[in-house]
Design a protein around this ligand. Sequence first.
Ligand code: BGC
Length: 746
Amino acid sequence: MQMIVTKDNLEDFYLKDPGYDPATSKYYEGIMTQGNGYMHVRGSYDEGLIAEKQDLEYDRKPANVTLEVQRFPLSKWGTFVPGVVGPHPFLMTEMINQPYFFDTVLTVDGERLDMAESRISDYERILNLSDGVLTRSFRWDCRNGAALRLTYKRFISMDRKHLALSQLMIKGLSGSARVQIDAGINAGVRTNGFDHFTSIRKNQRQTGCSLEVETNGGNKVLIVSEIEADADFSGKKDINDAIYSSGTVEINENTEFLMTRYIALCTDRDQEEDSLSFRARSVIEEARRAGAQTIYDDHKTAWEKRWSASDIRIKGDHRAQLAIRASIYHLMRAADREDPRVAIGAKGHAGEAYFGRYFWDTEINMLPFFLHTDPEAARNLLMFRYLTLDGARENAKSYGYPGARYAWESSVSGHEECACWQYADHEIHVTADIAYAMKNYISATGDEEFMENFGLEILIETSRYWVKRADKNRNGEYELLAVMGPDEYLPMTRNNYYTNRMVKFSLDLTCAELESLEEKEPLKYRVLKERLGLKDDEKKLFKEVADNMRLPKTDDGSDIVPQSDDFFDYADIDFDEVWKDRSKCFGTCISQEHNYRVKALKQADVLENMLLFGPEFTDEVKSKNYDYYEPITTHDSSLSAAVHGIIAARLGRMDEAEKFLDKVIDIDMDEAAGGAKEGIHIANCGGLWQLIVYGFAGLGPAMWNESADFKPMLPAGWEELEIPFFWKGRSLKVVISDNKAVLIER
Ligand code: BGC
């Protein structure tokens, strides 16, 4: 037996953790999250940290997640299977943190290995983004005088989605040690302070153990762990909510010991048939037959396939190179390509913040990446919205409207899960963002069938909601009152430009798609109309509201697009007086009451609209609006910097674009800031991709352009930029240097 031989050791694919540090340990757990779409595990140490109890219970009440101070300073385990959710007493439905299956405790003469307490040196930990393998290696000088070198490797198989594999190699350096190894599954975990497990069943097996939980969401999750090693692991330990297979190995100078664990996770939500135990056992048996190396090789091939469709190469900027690869890695890891019943949670299934829920982030920030690198995954993300249409219908009903209203925060059913009223009630633009995303998808892929079979139903139902949500004013215009736009620091404004424009787009699209279907496929059109009970009067109303949707404007010649009709009535604020410490979010330096009455944006709003509806504004107008809004934008949301960067790059304002590039990169890559502690800002990962592709490479979005045209403006120092992408069914690659783009068929 030997450790798996992993391939391509390219520094530009390595995320490195320089060594245990209480200030950054939780950050590395987040950024080193591994996964395969189906399941995800934070990059916690296999043995955990003794100081951080994982089953701490506390009351976590609804709050503004951006501003909240989270618990667990050092370490928080996280094992997530996105569809497995359950009710939290205060926070509604959340993704449940599952039992931690990499748990491996090592003890030598009563000393338990702990990165914080033990004598550790010569440490290296690397997440290889090219194959998702996490490797850790260090020297442990045990208290009994022996010195050991420990090397760990682990991954979640990309092609055998229920399988994870971990290896531990112990080498004797000097002295001798009896190392006790307890390798098992630990259900002593909580999600946002709450225990979702209603029962835990533990089982001992000849060479392993298993643990099955039932959740308060009504699901069963079974984890089976099997050990392969030249040692007896038939000893068992059943401690509280955990079960371990135990073995003891004698390590002397130059002895080598290898343990391989095959871990299978299955749930009753899976699409496969057969019992959980049969399936989990089959996964393990097949894996053992194949052997660790073959499993790795297959896994690597699956990753290679993904990278060949998505890898962006930047010559001349190592930091940006690593950051875009980390972003692409997390986007690919987070998307379940086979199961449209789940989408991508706002923290990329890498932490408990945002409760694993789906926001507009998916459609607006992440989708463009998938449109151009993995159209099937993009389709799945939209299918998720189709499959949750019933939930959206119920949301509309609960607010007293017909049709469908998508949740500001959606879980797997589509019901509104946001526990804070401001967002739940007023941040309605997500419903129209979904329509925009569908059109974007069809423009980029040409998959018209999606619209006919699924999209139109979404459009009709959401249009029915919009025409009731809009109020007709005395000038015959339709208004959207009491709305929160993307800028969440103004909770109830009149006619938020972004929202109104999106809704108009959505209604126009409904009318155009209905017309086109009627013309091209009259029979299909009639069937659809009948099935949804669509009346001609309704169609007329869709058009009337679209044609007369109010879009706020100024008539003072300034060309500033008002964020909302009442935007200029809000008070000015002296940022220097209120926001002294710029390393903190602005929102933490001001009361919410005060924040809600001043002109201080959380994130891009008018500028977000200018990005999505680019051709509707001249560069001059964009520039004026950028100059007006940027200084009053706090960028407290991670969705803001990329939008500003793209607009700045397109306007040729490269200093600013580069400043925003830094900001975008720092959001998750700056270990001191620790952004990834509670999970990955996955919308920002999509944002970085867009900043490079739309901003610096200057690709005209498929939404507005027939052919793939690039107008590059590369940051200083970028010698060459290479981007593979799909464009309306073609597989292409662009290579840019000296601000010249060469397009190559792939
Ligand atoms: C942002 C929203 C975003 C959400 C989830 C909030 O802080 O303001 O725009 O959808 O986070 O990422």
